[in-house]
Design a protein around this ligand. Structure first.
Ligand code: ATP
Ligand code: MG
Length: 571
């Protein structure tokens, strides 16, 4: 456990310290990537508890992904020791689930209600046709709720019951929300209701990293925080501790044309004169690009493992580069196929995650159902995964059972996962099961509410493949941002048109990607790629044009070419 008290604030810079030690009241921390928002948030909670006598059980910290919540929890454990367990750390969905479990009967649900899985949702949808009210009734008849209702139902409950609002406000007197730029309307309404009377709401975020408007998020809530919560204390953090100076300079130039933050400043805290420039690789094709990624990873990891004691090391990385230090980021999930292929041919271990919901992954629902069946009916278990084993083992055994079962084609084979699907689901779920210990209910709740990225194992000795959306909030010593092409980033569909708002969001996504990198960043683009049903000629992303050529190191011998009209063209 780290030293608490003033020692705790010593680990922050002057601006972070002001934010961490400020008295109560609404606070808005507007800060760019890598400026230590998460660090400041955890230190603020620790400082309030250790120095100002705030009870840890009065603190609620909300983030967007389960993985981010776990990261918060780990950092709080380190700062506060056992007391940290009393802080509520939640995602919006898990917060909603908690409120709903505690008040299930008020909405006509038994406390044992479940979140509907895909098959259950589909069946209810088909039966209900277009009738949204009867869809809900069909779910309720089976004691089920839809995932989207995890925020809307608690909101309804609280709106109808001021006493309940009082009770929650008395429980959580200090609320902290990370990535506030991505709240949507229902989450915002829920926060406004829960907001403690003395206004101890601390919102943290970066409008330039707002990337979820397609899911209903609205950066407008962030921008008008000061109007909604009067006397909000504004805090700006401007020193970036994450990225080397060339990476940061490239990122700042990239976001400049559509920055939502007036007078945006991001100063590099890292000023290593030896820091490498941003590697730029113009590839002939998607396969060539994927081979470049594999080759470079091989050089970095292989090369550095026996050069780790001399100056060939990547700066700031004392142990040399390992596979877990590396991420490959892309705009669309389809881009991962050639990368996966090239990495596996080169014998490089990989873990791939998207921001898709976990339960949408083939095989996950079947495993969840089987685990639940075994718990509900312990005497006539069809599942050999006896409850005497730990959860991870039970998940594996359940996978074996299902893989065997689905290897005999069933009558309804279109809706059953293949044995390969089941094994790939087992692989994704194992780290999550390990983290849940023996708590099956918690595990099942995470399967129902979590995203694939939540199941990421940050300690796995493997290169991480992520969509840009799933990479939010994470950092890696080495980042490859592939497919920096006009049409992919910004993404354009068949008609080739993109609205100004869409274009600005795509640029923010590019900014999020660049700013995940700590020590080395590679951007690449291919001259031709199979997209939208055909092999197409593509040009480099216009977003690259905003970056000074002097910040790039040109890699490879391919000359850069742009298609004449800079639109996607059929070859
Ligand atoms: P993002 O917008 O991407 O979520 P963030 O603002 O939340 O970024 P953090 O992840 O908290 O940034 O911090 C980025 C990195 O900088 C972390 O590795 C963190 O430990 C480090 N860092 C932050 N503040 C300091 C500091 N005062 N001294 C040293 N390192 C720091
Ligand atoms: Mg963060």
């Amino acid at each position: 456990m780290e030293e608490v008290g003033t020692g705790l604030l010593d680990r922050l810079d002057a601006m972070q310290r002001v934010a961490a030690s400020a008295p109560g009241g609404p606070m808005l921390i507007v800060a760019g990537p890598g400026t230590g928002k998460t660090r400041t948030l955890t230190h603020r909670i620790a400082y309030l508890c250790a120095e100002l006598g705030v009870f840890a059980e009065h603190c609620l910290a909300i983030t967007f992904t389960r993985r981010a919540a776990e990261e918060l929890r780990t950092r709080l454990d380190g700062l506060l020791g056992p007391v940290a367990a009393d802080v509520t750390v939640a995602t919006f969905h898990s917060l909603g689930l908690t409120i709903l479990r505690e008040n299930a009967t008020a909405v006509g649900l038994p406390p044992t209600f479940r979140i509907a899985d895909d098959t259950e949702r589909e069946t209810a949808r088909k039966e209900a046709g277009d009738d949204a009210a009867s869809y809900v009734k069909l779910l309720r008849a089976q004691d089920l709720v839809d995932l989207d209702e995890l925020v809307t139902l608690p909101l309804e409950l609280l709106r109808q019951d001021p006493d309940l609002v009082d009770r929650y406000q008395a429980r959580w007197r200090w609320i902290f929300v990370d990535e506030y730029q991505d709240v949507d309307e229902t989450q915002y309404e829920l926060l406004r209701l829960l907001c403690p009377p003395d206004g101890n709401l601390c919102a943290i975020g970066d409008p330039d990293q707002a990337i979820y408007s397609f899911r209903g998020a609205d950066v407008g809530y962030f921008l008008r925080f000061a109007e909604d919560f009067t006397d909000a204390r504004p805090v700006r953090l401007t020193r970036n501790y994450r990225s080397s100076a060339p990476i940061l300079a490239a990122a700042v130039q990239a976001i400049a044309p559509s920055s939502l933050v007036r007078g945006r400043r991001l100063d590099p805290a890292r000023l290593d004169p030896e820091a490498p420039l941003v590697g730029r690789y113009p590839a002939v094709s998607a396969t060539d690009e994927a081979d470049f990624v594999a080759r470079t990873i091989d050089d970095l990891v292989g090369g550095l493992s026996h050069r780790s004691l001399d100056s060939g090391r990547i700066s700031g990385n004392a142990a040399g580069v390992s596979f877990s230090d590396i991420a490959v980021l892309y705009r669309t999930d389809q881009q991962s196929a050639p990368i996966l292929d090239a990495l596996s041919r080169a014998g490089i271990p990989v873990q791939k995650r998207s921001h898709n919901r976990l339960r949408d992954r083939a095989g996950v629902a079947a495993i969840a159902r089987e685990l639940r069946l075994a718990t509900q009916n312990p005497t006539s278990q069809t599942n050999p995964a006896s409850q005497t084993h730990d959860l991870a083992t039970r998940v594996r055994q359940t996978g074996q059972l299902l893989a065997d079962r689905f290897a005999t084609p069933t009558l309804d084979s279109s809706s059953t996962p293949s044995p390969a699907d089941v094994w790939s689901a087992v692989e994704v779920l194992t780290p999550l099961a390990r983290r849940c210990g023996d708590d099956l209910e918690q595990f099942l709740a995470q399967l129902a509410t979590g995203a694939e990225v939540d199941a990421l194992d940050s300690r796995a000795e493997a290169v991480t493949l992520l969509t840009l959306h799933a990479a939010k909030g994470l950092e890696f010593p080495v980042v490859f941002l592939v497919g920096c092409e006009d049409g992919l980033l910004p993404l354009r569909l068949f008609d080739g048109r993109t609205s100004d708002d869409d274009l600005a969001e795509e640029r923010r996504l590019f900014f999020v990607g660049l700013t995940r990198a700590q020590d080395r960043l590679y951007v690449s683009h291919a001259q031709r790629r199979f997209r939208l049903g055909a092999e197409r000629e593509t040009g480099p992303s216009p977003f690259l044009d905003a970056i000074d050529a002097g910040l790039f190191e040109r890699l490879g011998a391919t000359e850069e070419r742009r298609p004449k009209d800079r639109q996607l063209r059929l070859i």
